[in-house]
Design a binder for this molecule. Structure first.
Ligand code: 8YV
Length: 320
């Protein structure tokens, strides 16, 4: 019987011509949750935002690969996958540039108050209610990067044209990056104390969950902003809201949230000193296509009996 490949349709943009590469090997179906009846027959799944945990895997006895459409795989229980001899793959590198671009869009969007300026032109400039929203220069500011990996390093690469001081913290030091981009290593607390702009580029792990909470926020400058294009739960939203409303920090620019989609009654949505985007940092036509191609190539390799090229690091020694 032909393999069945499921493509979760909460993934925005897996073009049919890209998925078509699987057609000679399998029946390919776009699915919307709940899709348990099909899951029971599926050999491969192109995973969007859904949680792939042991309960999910139990409902998928034939599954051999869970191919994440994205670099982050915190929603995939890799240990449970390995136990069931299911490959977990992801799409590293191809989205780093797009995410770094959006990080800069958020930084500049906040610093130059683009959302408010846009609203002013549409709603009140012509009525002489100009209320010109003044912003802040980048020149002389310190950009602090938490996590100097694939995406963090692209952010500091893009910073070379701005007159900013670059500092970072990571679990491992990156002497090559320090040399290449003039970025200085600091301990975590010092990174909090020195950053005018703190940009987060860590994966969501038990050690990073809530790392930007009350304590970290209390160390930051009153003029600082925090930018998050990594994972929502890295920031404790309640503590962030408190710091913002008490003016202990200047602002935030967020692409990711503790809960997604973030509810309309999230109090952060009411604040003017917050710029928001809907987890869209990788959402460009070019990048989403590259992500789709990479995820599809992982599934194709599996169906052809090869080891998928982008297996997550925790499965690096394993072949199923
Ligand atoms: C995607 C992401 O928006 O790469 C990731 O880990 O979070 C984003 O690029 C997401 O994976 C789409 O499902």
């Amino acid at each position: 019987m032909k393999h069945l490949v499921l493509i979760s349709s909460d993934i925005l943009n897996v073009p049919e011509d890209v998925a078509g590469a699987l057609k000679p090997l399998a029946e390919v179906t776009y699915v919307k949750a709940p899709y348990d009846d099909l899951l029971a027959r599926a050999s491969a799944l192109l995973v969007g935002g859904e949680k792939v945990d042991s309960g999910f895997l139990e409902r998928a006895p034939k599954l051999g690969i869970a191919a994440r459409f994205g670099v982050g795989y915190d929603a995939v229980d890799v240990e449970a996958c390995s136990k069931r001899r299911v490959y977990a793959t992801h799409t590293p590198d191809v989205l780093s540039g797009a995410v770094a671009d959006q990080t800069w869009a958020l930084i500049l969007g906040f610093m130059r108050r683009i959302p408010e300026a846009d609203r002013n032109v549409r709603e009140s400039w012509a009525k002489k209610d100009r209320r010109m929203p003044f912003g802040w220069d980048m020149e002389g500011k310190t950009l602090g990067v938490l996590g100097l990996g694939r995406i963090g390093s692209q952010v500091v690469r893009r910073a070379q044209g701005f007159d900013v001081e670059l500092v970072y913290n990571d679990v491992v030091r990156k002497p090559d990056m320090e040399k290449r981009y003039g970025v200085r290593y600091l301990g975590f607390d010092d990174l909090m104390r020195s950053s005018d702009i703190l940009s987060l580029h860590v994966p969501l792990l038990p050690s990073t969950k809530g790392i930007i909470g009350e304590k970290a926020l209390s160390m930051m400058k009153p003029s600082a902003i925090v930018v998050n294009t990594s994972r929502g739960p890295v920031i404790e939203e309640k503590a962030l809201y408190k710091a913002l409303t008490e003016e202990r920090i200047r602002g935030a620019a967020l692409d990711v949230f503790e809960q997604e989609p973030t509810p309309l009654d999230n109090p952060l949505l009411k604040l003017d000193n917050v710029v928001l985007t809907p987890h869209s940092a990788s959402a460009t036509w070019e990048t989403r296509r590259k992500m789709a191609e990479m995820a599809v190539s992982n599934i194709k390799a599996y169906l052809e009996g090869r080891r998928p090229p982008n297996v997550v690091p925790e499965q690096s020694g394993l072949t199923f």
